[in-house]
Design a protein around this ligand. Structure first.
Ligand code: AHR
Length: 504
């Protein structure tokens, strides 16, 4: 059977300008993300800084805009001073978060050099587990103050004359989680976030700050945590964080697809809670949302994967092998994220390489693209401009967790400067193709389809390997644009991208 779906997209109906920080990722000192991932001196492709150039090339191809660092759970026991200055005098320490030995060979300045080479903005986080406002203000002074003070001169003495000017900062990580080193109650965290934010903005008023939301929507304190934290630090912060990891424990594709709806609800709910805090003070300020960890993650999740015995250095941890259905779910999440562009201003796919990453490596060997690499690259490459408010008419299917949900998920981004339009369409029917018809209104007379691609495979469990990247975009020959109408066949279980140019 072929299903039908019709969409109206009008250039005048805009959700919001898309903040390109939505397409970020995350590098944590965890497993082989840093060591053996982005940094591996001695690797055949490593440059003079020890950065793997095969991973660098794939990072550029993936196209993230912002990269969160240095954690994650690692952050809550991290002393930033350990990762600065001459490498030979850096201390080797136990990392309690991942039961590993941290050599501190790689730290803030190495990450900043890597960011410049990769062409990405850094998103830094300060430790509010074992530490507090004092270390945070010193660290910010080290990074952003031009010079003439103890910490800024320390940076200069480490070879970095110019300040790093890091704009985006997270106040701790998952502070509600009992697994966190020095977890806090909402009251304790709200206060430390408030005071830390205050002194950090005194050091550098140009920074943007994110308070920790619940570490996941399923936390028993979810909702109450967000309210109390924001009620305490509302005036000092700009964003609240969300973490969302999608799972397929029951091996049920419909329920797995419904995890995308859970993200949709999550974003709507957190925005509502932030607005309730604003309402309670009659404030026009709007706290924006930062989904600073998200991905599919459930396979590599046993205690063995989380912590290895014997305090190893950079052991393989959470090396999730992504299959085709994971790529579809990641694509669906990206559509939901874009459609929330009015409140969701940053997103970090966790993580970049090896640890639940779109890029996999062998230590000493090759690097390759996992299946989830492609929907992300499609969004970073073409997602420029304004997200359009679409009218979508589609069939639905029933799920246990989220009720009736649409077969077609779609988002459209239009650049008002160039007239270029990117349309993303996920067909969540596993049996039926969708005949898609999109009416593109108010976008000029001459629309030309410059590319139509699809990710499709009959086997949802197929994976990419270092020798065979089976899942990769191929042309969707069925797509045409005539006048202002785009029509295309979307294969069952497929991710589709249409790039359209307007000839003005
Ligand atoms: O991304 C892996 C881990 O997941 C992070 O360290 C933590 O913040 C989250 O629980």
């Amino acid at each position: 059977m072929t299903l039908k779906a019709s969409v109206i997209a009008d250039a005048d109906f805009v959700i919001s300008k898309l903040d390109r920080r939505l397409f970020g990722t995350f590098v944590e000192h965890m497993g082989r993300c840093v060591y053996g991932g982005i940094y591996e001196p001695g690797h055949p492709t490593a440059d003079a800084n020890g950065f793997r150039q095969d991973v660098m090339a794939l990072t550029r191809e993936l196209g993230p805009t912002i990269v969160r660092y240095p954690g994650g759970n690692f952050l809550s026991g991290y002393d930033w001073e350990d990762g600065a200055g001459p490498k030979e005098s850096r201390p080797v320490k136990l990392d309690l978060a991942w039961h590993s030995t941290e050599t501190n060979e790689f730290g803030t300045n190495e990450f900043m050099i890597w960011c410049k080479e990769a062409g990405v903005e850094p998103m830094f986080a300060v430790n509010l587990g074992t530490r507090g406002p004092d270390e945070a203000r010193h660290f910010l002074e080290y990074c952003n103050h031009p010079g003439g003070t103890y910490y800024s001169d320390l940076r200069i003495s480490h070879g970095f004359t110019e300040p790093h000017n890091i704009k985006f900062w997270c106040l701790g990580n998952e502070m509600d989680g009992p697994w966190q080193t020095c977890a806090k109650t909402a009251h304790e965290y709200g206060r430390i976030a408030q005071e830390t934010a205050k002194v950090m903005k005194w050091v550098d008023p140009s920074i943007e700050l994110t308070a920790c939301g619940s570490s996941q929507r399923l936390m028993p304190t979810y909702g109450k945590w967000e309210y109390e934290v924001l009620d305490t630090c509302f005036d000092q912060v700009d964003y609240i964080s969300l973490h969302h990891y999608m799972r397929n424990d029951g091996n049920d594709i419909k329920e797995f697809f419904a995890e995308i709806e859970a993200l949709d609800y999550f974003i709507t709910e957190v925005a509502a809670i932030a607005d309730a805090v604003a309402a309670s003070r009659r404030s026009t300020k709007r706290i924006m949302l930062s989904l600073d960890e998200w991905n599919v993650w459930y396979k590599a999740h046993t205690p063995d994967d989380l912590k290895k015995p014997g305090w190893p250095k950079a052991p393989p941890l959470l090396e999730e092998i992504y299959n085709f259905e994971d790529a579809l779910v990641v694509g669906g999440a990206l559509i939901v994220m874009m459609n929330h562009a009015d409140r969701l201003k940053a997103g970090c796919l966790a993580q970049l390489v090896n640890v639940i990453g779109p890029i996999m490596t062998e230590t000493g060997g090759p690097a390759w693209r996992q299946t989830i690499f492609h929907p992300i690259a499609d969004c970073t490459r073409l997602g420029h401009g304004e997200v359009l408010r679409l009218k979508v008419d589609t069939t639905t299917f029933e799920t246990k967790s989220q009720g009736n949900i649409p077969h077609l998920l779609t988002a459209a981004v239009r650049d008002p400067q160039t007239g270029n339009i990117a349309i993303y369409a996920l067909n969540r029917s596993t049996e039926d193709a969708i005949e898609l018809d999109i009416d593109l209104r108010g976008m000029g007379e001459w629309l030309a389809l410059v590319a139509a691609t699809e990710l499709h495979h009959a086997d949802m469990k197929i994976v990419n390997t270092k020798d065979n990247e089976v899942i990769k975009p191929v042309a969707n020959g069925s797509a045409t644009v005539k006048g202002s109408r785009l029509t295309a066949q979307l294969k069952p279980q497929s991710w589709n991208v249409f790039a359209i140019e307007t000839q003005q």
